[in-house]
Write a protein of this length. Sequence first.
Length: 119
Amino acid sequence: MLAKPTNMKSSIKTLQGINSLHDVRTYTGAVRKSAKPALPTTAILELYMRRNEKDRITSELQRTKKRKTQLQIRLQDVEKEMTKLLELATKTAVEIRGETGKNTLTTSSKKKGKVVIGY
């Protein structure tokens, strides 16, 4: 029979609190687990690998900045479209009510008569 954990909240607080493969990959001490002695060629290889990683991260950062700029431009376009649509909807609503060119405050204060619809 399996034992149930007594308190699940104390073992895992959040999903972000769980270590993942990304944490292992970025941990600098994880690379130095080898028992082999360091050779002069090893330093050159490590330098090459770090330079490649730096280039990859730099290009990823540039792509992220470009994407952020594109998203900001799109957000501004959407806001402009929303403003135009709101103006159009307001204009259409006023025309449907038959109050074109009139102020809604003055017409609402007047007394309205009964409307008789004949069939």
